[in-house]
Ligand binder design. Structure first.
Ligand code: ADP
Ligand code: MG
Length: 704
């Protein structure tokens, strides 16, 4: 255990090429050029890049780095890296130099053929390139492979199509920046220069014992258990039960924090979650693109440190059936460069009216594009959570809290909000709205999109997924709503009146998306259907939203995605779904054939021997015989279900990649997988534990 004393302030960011380091090491002019690029998006000239690259290399080498990598987020969702060492060709003397040029810093050429492009590369250029995103700082990562300089980059095709998540994310940030500034100007703000979406992602995960993990092929190949009966006790176990586990976890968390702080991730909150062996980590919010990168670093770090502690970190959305799954809460707000949070209700009526317009714009955006938001959280693992009686439901709705909902109600019915639910009387008109206080009383946990005081919390994202897609969608749909509001307000003769009318109009037209009740109830499902809200239960049903005319118009208007990019992404989504289920199904077949069936056959022989022995001894063997019959019956069922699954997997293999194949996996293969799981789980409950070929749920969840 690492008990070394340290000061957080000393280690925080020590492996980051951050502003302080740059200011110290770069010539003044170069530093200024780079700052301009970071703050105003100006292009970086090669001369400047050369100087930065040199200093970055020197700094990284001092930290022990031998290699650098253009670190990027391809559409597989798992960060990709290709490592190059700093060494140059040997000199005539036989020595080598360590070199790193500006060109190598700002542009790389990974072997792109192994990353999905959804047909984009085929139709355009064969190769892609990575480009340094200087708005997300480079850092040195230390792990078993030594120290590596990681350079956050975007990944594009030669003709500029985005092959990654960062490129559209940066585009969407520009979109919302432009439209939010437009809105602020209308309200008389002349000082803010930039508006940035800020994001804090709360990450849930499970920890299991590494030795037990390695005894389960399902965990190894798919990240989740494909079989497994519930332990006699589930989530209701007492806290003290985990006393000994606590120490191990605490020591793990300490090391995770140290690793994260070193690379500048402000890991802040950690706690145990509802399920046994489940935990959560939340950093302090930061700019969206940095938050996306940081979340990737968090996931990698959790995995790496877990291994060092003899554990495995499960990031899958549903590692255990019947036990709470894992997600990510994406906290989102929009903040100006001079520190104004546009989602802060504010203290003066003037701020209130701006806030109410922003709020109703967001209602409009979410109501109009609920299908896109839902899609942004779709991944194969999340199918087990969304719409499956687990947090949150698949229906998108917005939670505002009692006070805000009341204000909206008044606006809709009378056009004015004349009183506040907190009691104080108001003067007339929307111009003098009450001071809206942070609603601390009602913290609705079932809402997928909740206003929590000065930010929105999108709670649908899967634990294993990147938060990039969700933020791309959020930024763009809100940019669109702002832009439409500005279009109207810029024409208005009486600005105050026009704002008032718009707030009322948006509130009225989008009221159906507001829901403050219990999102898990059956009544809500019915009510939502009456309101005409989407209830998209699966990934394959969610994907088409990406390529609808509405989506294409939205993303093209703000230059976030072209139609071709959207189509390629939809294609990749279908492919990745089919691939994920195919691996799961094949793993199940393998486990059933090679592990469960042989183990149960052996066990039936033991039972048969017992029946014979007991009978020979002249005693009543009816109980043993019953048991044998029951096991044999389930064994037969298992075998039949196995055949069924094998058949449909074979059939799936003959299909061409695309929507039809993905649908076949969802509608036909997934049910066949469930058919196989059912008898095996029943067998696990009655077969002698000694005879069962792998650790049980109880072993995994309660003995980390
Ligand atoms: P809660 O308990 O409501 O989930 P916390 O205050 O613990 O909220 O914050 C959860 C996450 O939200 C943290 O990552 C935090 O940094 C982030 N967060 C807080 N304020 C904002 C904001 N204005 N914008 C974006 N994220 C925020
Ligand atoms: Mg939260």
């Amino acid at each position: 255990m690492n008990t070394e004393k340290f000061n957080v302030a000393d280690i925080f960011g020590e492996n980051v090429f951050n502003d302080t380091v740059m200011q110290e090491r770069l010539p003044k002019k170069v530093y200024k050029n780079l700052k301009n690029t970071i703050q105003e998006g100006k292009e970086l000239d090669l001369e400047t890049a050369d100087v930065i690259a040199h200093e970055m290399k020197e700094w990284a080498i001092e930290k022990g780095a031998t290699h650098y990598t253009h670190w990027f987020l391809p559409l597989t969702g798992v960060t990709a890296e290709k490592h190059d060492s700093f060494i140059s060709a040997p000199l005539p003397s036989g020595k080598i130099l360590m070199s790193f040029s500006g060109k190598e810093l700002i542009k790389g050429e990974p072997d792109a053929s192994s990353f999905p492009s959804g047909g984009l590369r085929a139709t355009f250029e064969a190769r892609g390139y990575t480009a340094w995103d200087c708005t997300s700082p480079a850092f040195v990562r230390q792990d078993a492979a030594g120290a590596t300089l990681c350079i956050p980059t975007a990944f594009c095709s030669y003709t500029g199509e985005a092959l990654d998540q960062k490129t559209p994310l940066l585009r969407s940030m520009e979109a919302i920046n432009g439209q939010a500034l437009r809105l602020l100007r209308l309200f008389g703000n002349t000082t803010s220069k930039k508006v940035t979406p800020s994001v804090g992602a709360e990450q849930e995960y499970f920890l299991v014992n590494a030795k037990k993990f390695l005894q389960r092929k399902d965990l190894i190949y798919t990240g989740r258990t494909l079989f497994g009966a519930m332990p006699p006790k589930g989530q209701e176990l007492d806290d003290h039960y985990f006393g000994t586990i606590r120490q191990r976890i605490a020591s793990f968390m300490r090391d995770v924090n140290i690793e994260l702080w070193k690379v500048g991730v402000s890991s802040k909150t950690q706690h145990n979650e509802v399920a046994p062996a489940q935990h959560e980590l939340a950093p302090i919010y930061t700019e969206a693109n940095i938050a996306v990168d940081h979340n990737q670093i968090v996931m990698q770090t959790l995995k790496r440190v877990a291994s060092q502690h003899g554990m495995k970190c499960l990031l899958h959305e549903k590692p255990f059936a019947g036990v709470n799954g894992s997600g990510k809460h994406n906290n989102w707000s929009i903040i100006t460069d001079d520190g104004i949070n546009m989602l802060d209700p504010g203290k003066t009526p003037h701020e209130n009216i701006q806030f109410l317009l922003i709020l109703t714009c967001i209602l409009k955006a979410v109501n109009r594009h609920a299908d896109l938001l839902r899609e942004s959280a779709a991944d194969p693992g999340n199918d087990h959570r969304l719409g499956a009686n687990e947090a949150p439901p698949a229906i998108i709705s917005v939670f505002l809290g009692e006070q805000l909902e009341d204000v909206i109600d008044q606006l809709i019915s009378t056009g004015e909000a004349t009183h506040s639910i907190k009691g104080e009387r108001l003067e007339t008109g929307v111009r003098t709205l009450p001071e809206l206080v942070k609603d601390a009383t009602d913290r609705n946990r079932t809402s997928p999109f909740a206003f929590t005081g000065n930010k929105f919390e999108f709670r649908m994202v899967g634990s294993r997924d990147s938060i990039a897609s969700s933020n791309i969608v959020l930024n763009t749909i809100v940019a669109e709503a702002f832009s439409e509001a500005c279009d109207e307000l810029e024409q208005a003769e009486d600005f105050q009146l026009a704002v008032h009318d718009l707030i009322k109009k948006y509130a009225t037209e989008n009221q159906r998306i507001i829901f403050n009740g219990d999102g898990y109830s059956e009544a809500w499902v019915e009510e939502a259907e009456k309101r005409g809200l989407h209830n998209i239960r699966s990934m394959v049903e969610a994907i088409p939203a990406m390529v609808s005319d509405k989506a294409v118009a939205l993303f093209e208007k703000f230059g976030v995605f072209t139609k071709a990019e959207l189509e390629s992404r939809a294609e990749i989504q279908y492919e990745s779904y089919a691939k994920a289920i195919n691996i799961e199904a094949r793993t199940m077949i393998d486990m059933a054939r090679k592990q469960f069936i042989p183990a149960v056959m052996k066990y039936t022989k033991e039972l048969a021997d017992t029946v014979n022995a007991v009978t020979a001894a002249g005693a009543d063997a009816s109980v043993q015989l019953d048991c044998l019959k029951e096991v044999s019956e389930l064994l037969k069922e298992t075998r039949e279900a196995l055949r069924g699954l094998e058949n449909v997997v074979r059939e799936a293999g003959e299909k061409e990649e695309g929507p039809e194949e993905a649908k076949f996996f969802y509608y036909t293969v997934v049910p066949a997988m469930e058919n196989l799981r059912t008898p095996v789980d029943k067998l696990e409950m009655i077969v002698d534990k000694e005879a069962w070929p792998m650790p049980s749920y109880g072993d995994l969840l309660f003995e980390v």
